[in-house]
Design a protein. Structure first.
Length: 95
């Protein structure tokens, strides 16, 4: 029982260790209206197929899309990001 309690406590306090380090992402896009996980699916599918994107993270609470590019010298232009978000049915507030 003590072992189970110790594991539970360790898991509760270890979640902050695995928190997202947003500073590792190259581009942060605020997407107006993307407020739930269903909303985020279309945006995610649009961006995850792009050849310049290594990884992405969507935070629906803040309506932000975090993009990490394959290379620092090859990034998606703002115009293309706007188009991809609009094609998903949303509007970019800021990049």
């Amino acid at each position: 029982m003590k072992l189970i309690l110790a594991l539970y406590i360790a898991l509760c306090f270890s979640t902050s260790v695995y928190a997202l380090d947003k500073s590792k992402y190259d581009t942060v896009v605020t997407v107006k209206g993307m407020v739930c996980s269903s909303c985020a699916i279309g945006v995610k599918n649009k961006f995850k197929r792009h050849f310049l994107i290594k990884k992405l993270y969507i935070d629906t609470k803040t309506q932000k899309l975090y993009l990490d590019h394959v290379r620092d010298d090859k990034v998606i232009k703002s115009v293309e990001i706007n188009k991809m978000v609009e094609d998903s049915g949303y509007e970019v507030s800021s990049i």
